[in-house]
Design a protein around this ligand. Structure first.
Ligand code: PLP
Length: 428
């Protein structure tokens, strides 16, 4: 048995910080990251021989649970035919057809390899389509790590305290306008002043990168209205929310009409996939049909497409989502009740299959400032004690949690039981 501690020490020799994505390093909570050996259903198994109930799910993709046999078999079958061709395959068309069929407001779609590529390309498309430079985003929303979008961003950027990264040129950053999430008045004011220069508005319909923060209905309506009035492209970043609120995404759930939608995570069923798509009149500006350049050596990779197709088959089966919605709600209610019984100030947000817990006595958490006011030190203690009780939460208080179809009522009960012990320990 090789321990996580030993593996982390070795990893640090040649990998910056020992990890290939910053939040994995446990910097926000301290300690050594657990190194994973394998995963199955709702569980992760580390190299030290521990099993965890997993609420990170590879940061969202594994909505069917880990190592789903149908996805695995689709991947293995496809791998036997070759790993990458760099030429068109029928699988790409099948997945594009499927996405356009399932997702609202999607006439055409382009496959890429990550959520970052999807949002970066969507922004370039919006700029090319409108001949404008400015983009509008919201504080605490994370849209991947491309330069224009790494301004006051969430997720790992928040964890490391560098929401606006060094290396992003000031001359580029000046084109990104950052507003407060859920502030409809501020949004209208910004578009009244700058509307004719704004190429696009990009938003997480439900945020999962400053923990889980839900949109106010009037905020969603106002975003569509200001884009209609100004001619800006409305980009819904559904990299995280896509296929987490039912097959039709958050836009199906809330009835929002996006011009361009970005996807990732669940779409690839665990393989590296992203996509951006939307209205034909805009998508026709992408090369080779139009002048806006976008490309990728491995884009539309056959194995990733096979995993995506198997995933789409599973999540569109009748009755797939309701039990996951129910378990998400049950977990949140159970956690709140456990915290109450221990007298620990704590609240939750949840929507669809996403949830977040906040150490705060504020009645509501609705934006970045509310999230930043929460007690991150207590979260760190909670995180480590939960880990000791076999529950794997995201190792930072700025990340949403996820539920899968593989989590059972027993898993939820065990998680609430563990939380009950840990909340009382924290209160003592
Ligand atoms: N957009 C959102 C809403 C995300 O949550 C993420 C990643 O967490 C991204 C974009 C970037 O995706 P990726 O990490 O695949 O590049």
């Amino acid at each position: 048995m090789v321990t996580s501690q030993a593996l982390f020490e070795r990893a640090n020799a040649h990998i910056p910080g020992g990890v290939n994505s910053p939040v994995r390093a446990f910097k926000a909570v301290g300690g050594t990251p657990v190194f994973i050996d394998r995963a199955d259903g709702a569980y992760l198994f580390d190299t030290d021989g521990n099993r965890y109930i997993d609420y990170v799910l590879s940061w969202g993709p594994m909505i069917m649970g880990h190592n789903h046999p149908e996805v695995r078999e689709a991947v293995v079958r496809q791998a036997e035919k070759g790993l990458s061709f760099g030429a068109p395959t029928e699988l790409e068309t099948q997945l594009a057809d499927r996405i356009c069929d399932i997702m609202p407001n999607m006439d055409m779609v382009r496959m890429v390899n990550s959520g970052t590529e999807a949002t970066m390309s969507a922004i370039r498309l919006a700029r090319g389509y409108t001949n404008r430079d400015k983009i509008v985003k919201f504080e605490g929303c994370y849209h991947g790590h491309s330069d224009s979008l790494l301004i006051k961003a969430g997720s790992g950027a928040l964890t490391l305290g560098v929401p606006s990264s060094p290396g992003v040129p000031a001359c580029l950053a000046e084109h990104t306008i950052t507003l407060t999430y859920n502030d409809t008045e501020g949004l209208r004011q910004c578009f009244a002043e700058h509307g004719d220069k704004i190429a696009c508005l990009i938003v997480e319909p439900v945020t999962g990168n400053m923990n889980c923060v839900l949109p106010k209905p009037e905020f969603l309506t106002a975003m569509r209205e200001v884009c209609n009035e100004s001619g800006a492209v409305f980009i819904l970043d559904e990299v995280m929310t896509g296929f987490r609120f039912g097959p039709h995404g958050a836009q199906g759930h809330y009835g929002i009409e996006a011009d361009i939608t970005t996807l990732g995570k669940i779409l690839g069923g665990g393989m590296p996939v992203g996509a951006f798509g939307g209205k034909r009149r805009i998508m026709e500006h992408i090369a080779p049909l139009g002048p806006v350049y976008q490309a990728g050596t491995l884009s539309g990779n056959p194995i990733a497409m096979a995993a995506g197709l198997a995933t789409m088959d599973i999540i569109t089966r009748p009755g797939f989502y309701q039990p996951i919605f129910d378990r998400t709600a049950r977990l949140c209610h159970g956690l709140e009740a456990a915290a109450d019984s221990a007298g620990v100030p704590f609240t939750t947000n949840h929507a669809g299959t996403m949830f977040g817990g906040f150490f705060t006595d504020a009645p509501k958490v609705e934006n970045y400032a509310d999230v930043m006011a929460c007690d991150t030190k207590t979260f760190g203690r909670f995180f480590h004690r939960m880990l000791e009780h076999g529950v794997y939460l995201a190792p930072a208080s700025y990340e949403a949690g996820f539920m899968s179809a593989a989590h059972t009522d027993e898993d939820i009960d065990k998680t609430i039981e563990a939380a009950n012990i840990v909340f009382h320990m924290i209160a003592a």
